[in-house]
Design a binder for this molecule. Structure first.
Ligand code: NAD
Ligand code: UFG
Length: 331
């Protein structure tokens, strides 16, 4: 079965391509390399022994997509391609609407033209806004606090609408929590462009000595130690969730799953675990809260276990270790 992976050379996409190939799927990738590089294709081949078909193209390019769908009998699309920086989305909302919404609409038009009726979409826990309680279940109210989050929620709604217009159209919405970690080969991992915003890439910068330490955004939250709590999930577990989700294609329904571990770790806990397992000495620099951050966010992942048999297997120590090993292998 052939799967088109948009954004397949990116962080989560590349790990998912490995899992797809190892599960026997044929993989076709489209990526414009805006936030990744073509050598990821070599690395996927090195890990799996199979070279995926790769098109360097933009999902907003209808002709490029038309050619891909004409050349390949695509059963389902796994749609990762998009921009993902919350802060940048506040500064450049139109860029985010153009790339994320415009790109998805063009993709869906081409899927419709070529009779492809299955899509797995990379949504985010950001669609829960500031949740009223934790752990979060899929039926929690949805809201957003920034343009990036709005694009995720709008795309979820677009996919629901397309399903209403065509009962054979199937969408699987995967709401990721906080992916970190790297492939055990240390060939694939997260390589953020420029100065990173997320906690783990910033811990890595500090561990490399590029920054003085990690800025802890707030120690006065109503959490176990006052710092923000998140559901960090190993990217390999997350990638495996996509393979499990493919069981639900061709069901003509919209399915929604949280992909998280169900366990929340604080900023202090993540930094301390990183230092412990890696023998590093990342310093914690206490700062004010970051505007827009919430105190706690972690999943109830029971629905994914019940309906697709998926459960995260890898723990926080493995996440910290593989993140650092991958970073060291880049030098
Ligand atoms: P990433 O930036 O590493 O990967 C995205 C890939 O898409 C990149 O390779 C980029 O070059 C490509 N791309 C972007 N716009 C494109 C376009 N218009 N046409 C073709 N290719 C394009 O990001 P990631 O962390 O792997 O995230 C993948 C998806 O998961 C994104 O949609 C993101 O919003 C979502 N997500 C990520 C997180 C996270 O914390 N990493 C959390 C929740 C949801
Ligand atoms: N944090 C720090 N210092 C830093 C960076 C982050 O203390 O230098 C804290 C934050 O305040 C938060 C936690 O670390 O408590 C995690 O922050 P991240 O920026 O790594 O992640 P967020 O939970 O804020 O957001 C991420 C993605 C969003 C996505 C969301 C849910 O950036 O795109 O997870 O999936 F929507």
């Amino acid at each position: 079965m052939k799967i088109l992976v948009t954004g397949g050379t990116g962080f989560i996409g590349s790990h998912t391509c490995v899992e797809l190939i190892e599960s026997g799927y044929e993989v076709v990738i489209i990526d414009n390399l805006y936030n990744s590089s073509a050598d990821v294709i070599d690395k996927i081949e090195k890990i799996t022994g199979v070279r995926p078909v790769f098109y360097e193209a933009d999902i907003r390019d209808a002709d490029a997509l038309d050619r891909i769908f004409t050349a390949h009998d695509i059963e389902a699309v796994i749609h990762f391609a998009g921009l993902k920086a919350v802060g940048e989305s506040v500064e450049k909302p139109l860029l985010y609407y153009e790339w994320n919404i415009g790109g998805t609409v063009t993709l869906l038009q081409q899927m419709q033209k070529h009779g492809c009726k299955n899509i797995v979409f990379s949504s985010s826990a950001t669609v829960y806004g500031a949740p009223k309680s934790v752990p979060i279940t899929e039926d929690f109210p949805l809201s957003t606090t920034n343009p990036y989050g709005s694009t995720k929620l709008m795309i979820e709604n677009i996919l629901q609408d397309v399903h209403v217009s065509d009962p054979y159209f199937c969408a699987i919405l995967l709401r990721y929590f906080n992916p970190i970690g790297a492939h055990p080969s240390y060939l694939l991992g997260e390589k953020p462009n420029g100065i990173p915003n997320n906690l783990m890439p910033r811990i890595i910068c500090a561990a490399k000595g590029e920054t003085e330490g990690i800025t802890v955004f707030g120690t006065d939250y109503d959490t176990k130690d006052g710092t923000g709590v998140r559901d960090y999930i190993h990217v390999v577990d997350l990638a495996k969730g996509h393979i499990k989700a493919l069981q639900k294609i061709n069901t003509g329904k919209v399915h929604i799953y949280n992909l998280g571990t169900g366990v929340g770790y604080s900023v202090f806990e993540l930094v301390d675990t990183f230092n412990k397992v890696n023998g590093t000495n990342v310093k914690k620099i206490i700062c004010d809260r970051r505007p827009g951050d919430i105190a706690e966010c972690y999943a109830n992942p029971q629905k994914a276990l019940d309906e697709i048999g998926w459960k995260a297997q890898l723990g926080i120590e493995e996440m910290c270790k593989s993140s650092w090993e991958f970073a060291k292998h880049q030098d």
